[in-house]
Design a protein around this ligand. Structure first.
Ligand code: ADP
Length: 867
């Protein structure tokens, strides 16, 4: 149990109110707050998860769509580029076949200059050349001097299409391949005698030196590299000889854009014109000029009279690959190797014969007529150098396409030397060579993807189905076309839309993040608002509740206090006190009940007051009566006693004298009774007062005892006085008259009710009290009578006692007198053995002992009983 300190009703009520009202209120508010807080938090979390999921789904769908689109676009692009490759190869083959036709026609001509010139005049073809290019101002690359942009008027406008054609109406400007010119197909046309000596020769002086030569000697041939004479000799009528591509190698010490910076890095002077042409990388460079030679016997009357030869300008062959772009642009006036989107051509031995970078086209050293060694990987280059053999000799003995891998590194020394011709058979750091070889060696085509020079490239290959002369020996034919395409470009649309989707998601995410932030902020704000509102409303309610509690407590406590105050006033004597009852509630009932109780109490009080008054009146009348009767009795009694004494003295006759003495004794007894009655009446009517004075105890007590000696002696009893066994007695301040009355009564009784033995009086001080003891060896008093004897007329009604002449007033008076002196009387007795009466009175009168003052009341009656 909890110990609750004593609290006033008001405090208790307030506490109870707080406990039953305020605590639940605060608890409820706290609960509401925490629930709302959790809700807000959960809401924010959920929203975030939902948004994340949504964004995730969109991203997933976007990724999937993008992936699918990429695959689809890649497939479509691959298909288109493979098709472009094959079509290009077919076009090349057709072009080459046309040259066969030209040669056959030429073989029919009479070998004379006019005829040959006439022949050549009609053998021309469109040739496209890009405009002028210049170094960028910052020297970081090259740019067209005048950028080309299509004339908008040349594009059919979709808006003008017939409604029937308007759907997906898509128009392109005229294809721009560069500045068109018409160029002769052949750089040379000659008639060679059976001894190898040219009889007739028409040349383009720009590439070839004019003049008749004996071609049976290699040093007289184009770049001293042609070895066709022995082949020609073996030709039968109608058979055609077609050479490989022959031209002087043009090298470069720079791969990539030929810029002043690149030249400096390569340690050469910036002379772009002296380095090989490389499309956008070096548009000013020196071009590879080569030929493909056709020749066949001229037959007259079934006899070979000589050989007609046509040297095809290699530039026309290059046109097939140089202008195509495997992108949306389709054609380019200038080829660009950097973007990775370009086409090239390889001969039947897998040597580059058309390439955006001219230094990659294999060629011959015009000084020696030997093929310039192609670009090798480090390992093969090392082996070659170690062999000490010339390239031609060394290369004849090695396996082509040996362990080609992207892991191999190109020979740096060859880059420094500027020998970068591509012979796929030995280009071992470029494994796509083996791939192309694999795709085309049986005349087929196809593609694969490879990561090369930093680009993910689709690379296609298609054999050129031209099978004239030496090319008839190879299923591949003349060689093959390859197109490299930057795969990223195919699906740029898809990646663009993927990027767009990503961007959108990012934006949406950002927007959502903001929304969420706003929402959380909103939740936070409303939480704060709610907290403040909740707290203030709770506070107000708490104040209200406490106020009500105080009011109620004050109301109740006030009412109860008023009732208590009223009852107290009533109790302290204001019996007219009544409550002003106004309310009809329980408090009102209580007040009414208290009023009616007060009414009843007042009533009985009045009655008892009347009764008391009556009793007091009666008692006073009785006492007055007793007093006056006693007084009236004493006068005649004293007369009777006086005359009885006189009579006893005068009478000589013993019997008569005894009778007179009997009268005197009876009178004396009666006087004692009257005195006792008078004293009792005085005490009971409150008229008896005591007068304290210093008492000389030894003298006083000896005197009292002395008065009883005769009586004791008369009965043959021993009367002993034992004073202050422990030392001198202190001074007693009391009413000597009343004390004497008490002691006389007690000693008198002791002697009276003792027939044998002794009566002893003993006194001693005990603390602040003086103790008198009157002991006898008399008849004693039965236990059941020990209280009754102190009542008025409480004489124990035995015959013996009555015989002793007792009135039954003595002890009653003793007790009352002892009370007046501030003391008390007690009794210890055993029938047959004796009694001990003990009087105990204070040595000094007590201050509160109103009746024991210094005689403020009426004088003592002076009645001294001396029985
Ligand atoms: P009485 O005038 O009869 O003595 P008391 O009031 O003095 O009246 O005594 C009352 C009664 O107490 C006596 O009647 C007596 O029976 C008894 N009593 C008093 N003192 C003694 C005593 N010392 N021994 C025996 N009985 C006593």
């Amino acid at each position: 149990m909890i110990k609750i300190p004593a609290l006033r009703l008001r405090a208790k009520l307030v506490l109870i109110f707080v406990a039953i009202k305020v605590l639940p209120l605060v608890l409820l508010a706290a609960l509401a707050w925490s629930a709302a807080h959790r809700l807000g938090h959960a809401l924010g979390q959920r929203a975030a998860v939902m948004a994340d999921n949504m964004a995730g789904s969109i991203r997933e769908v976007g990724d999937k769509a993008t992936q699918d689109a990429i695959v689809a676009l890649d497939d479509r692009s691959r298909e288109a580029i493979e098709r472009l490759t094959t079509d290009t190869a077919l076009a090349v083959a057709a072009f080459l076949h046309e040259r066969d036709r030209d040669l056959q026609a030429a073989a029919l001509l009479e070998p004379n200059e006019a005829g040959y010139r006439n022949f050549l005049r009609h053998r021309t073809r469109d040739y496209y050349r890009h405009g002028e290019w210049k170094l960028k101002a910052d020297g970081s690359g090259w740019e067209p001097a005048v950028p080309h942009s299509p004339d908008p008027a040349s594009i059919a406008r979709a808006g003008e299409a017939l409604p029937d054609n308007a759907k997906s109406f898509h128009a392109r400007p005229p294809e721009y391949r560069g500045e068109r010119s018409e160029r002769p197909l052949y750089l040379e046309m000659s008639f060679i005698g059976l001894d190898g000596q040219e009889k007739l020769r028409i040349v383009d002086g720009e590439v070839m030196r004019p003049g008749l030569r004996n071609v049976s000697r290699r040093e007289n041939t184009f770049v001293r590299a042609e070895t066709f004479w022995p082949e020609l000799r073996r030709l039968r009528p109608g058979e055609i000889y077609v050479s490989e591509v022959i031209g002087a190698y043009v090298g470069s010490h720079v791969i990539g854009p030929y810029t002043p910076q690149a030249a400096e890095k390569a340690g050469i002077a910036f002379e772009p014109q002296k380095s090989a042409y490389a499309g956008t990388e070096n548009p000013l460079g020196q071009r590879f000029r080569g030929i493909v030679r056709w020749a066949m016997p001229v037959v007259r009357s079934g006899r070979i009279t000589g050989y007609v030869s046509l040297a095809l300008d290699h530039d026309h062959l290059r046109q097939f690959t140089e202008r195509i772009l495997p992108t949306e642009a389709r054609y380019t006036p200038i080829i660009d190797a950097i973007g990775g989107n370009y086409a090239f051509m390889w001969d039947h031995k897998s040597r580059a014969i058309a390439h955006p970078r001219d230094y990659m086209i294999v060629g011959y050293d015009p000084a020696s007529g030997e093929q310039v060694p192609p670009w090798l990987d480090e390992e093969l280059y090392g082996e070659w150098k170690a062999s000490g053999q010339p390239w031609a000799e060394f290369s004849a003995g090695i396996k082509p396409f040996r362990d080609q891998s992207l892991k191999r590194r190109p020979a740096a020394a060859m880059l420094t030397a500027g020998m970068l011709g591509l012979d796929c058979r030995y280009l071992n750091f470029s494994p796509q060579c083996a791939g192309w070889n694999q795709l085309t060696e049986q005349g087929g085509s196809g593609s694969f993807e490879i990561f090369f020079t930093g680009l993910q490239k689709l690379t296609t290959a298609a054999a050129i189905p031209y099978y004239t002369g030496q090319y008839a020996d190879s299923p591949r034919g003349f060689g093959f076309i390859t197109i490299g395409a930057n795969v990223d470009d195919f699906h740029r649309a898809a990646t663009d839309s993927a990027r767009q989707i990503g961007l959108t998601i990012e934006q949406k995410n950002e927007a959502f993040r903001k929304e969420r932030q706003d929402m959380l902020q909103m939740v936070e704000n409303s939480m704060q608002r709610m907290t403040v509102e909740l707290a203030s409303s709770t506070f107000v309610m708490v104040l209200l509740v406490i106020g009500i509690a105080f009011w109620m407590a004050s109301f109740l406590a006030g009412h109860i206090g008023a009732l208590v105050e009223g009852i107290r006033r009533f109790a302290s004597g204001d019996r007219k006190q009544r409550f002003d009852v106004r309310s009809r509630d329980e408090m009102g009932d209580l007040a009414r009940a208290l009023n009616s109780m007060a009414e009843t109490v007042d009533d009985s009080f009045l009655r008892s007051e009347e009764a008391r008054q009556r009793a007091e009146d009666a008692s006073r009348m009785k006492s007055d009566f007793l007093a006056s009767v006693s007084h009236e009795l004493r006068t005649p009694l004293n007369g009777i006693l006086g005359f009885a004494d006189l009579l006893a003295m005068d009478l000589k006759d013993v019997e008569q004298r005894d009778q007179a003495l009997t009268i005197r004794n009876s009178g004396k007894h009666l006087l004692g009774v009257v005195n006792d009655l008078l004293d009792l009446a005085k005490i009971e009517s409150g008229k008896m007062t005591v007068h304290a004075e210093p008492i000389d105890l030894p003298a006083f007590v000896a005197d009292v005892v002395r008065g009883h000696r005769a009586h004791a002696a008369g009965k043959g009893l021993e009367l002993l006085l034992d004073m202050a066994r422990q030392g001198p007695l202190p001074v007693l301040e009391s009413d000597a008259l009343r004390l004497r009355q008490i002691l006389n009564n007690l000693i008198n009784n002791a002697i009276k009710y003792t027939d044998h033995g002794q009566v002893s009086v003993q006194l001693e001080a005990e603390g602040t009290d003086l103790v008198f003891q009157v002991r006898d060896t008399g008849c004693g008093i039965a236990a059941e009578d020990q209280e009754a004897i102190f009542d008025r007329f409480g004489g124990v009604g035995s015959k013996v006692q009555r015989d002793k002449g007792g009135s039954g007033l003595g002890l009653s008076l003793v007790r009352k007198l002892a009370g007046l002196l501030g003391g008390r009387v007690s009794l210890v007795s055993e029938p047959g053995r004796g009694s001990l009466f003990t009087l105990r009175i204070p040595l000094q009168p007590r201050a509160d002992e109103g009746t024991l003052g210094d005689g403020a009341g009426p004088e003592p009656s002076g009645s001294d009983s001396d029985k």
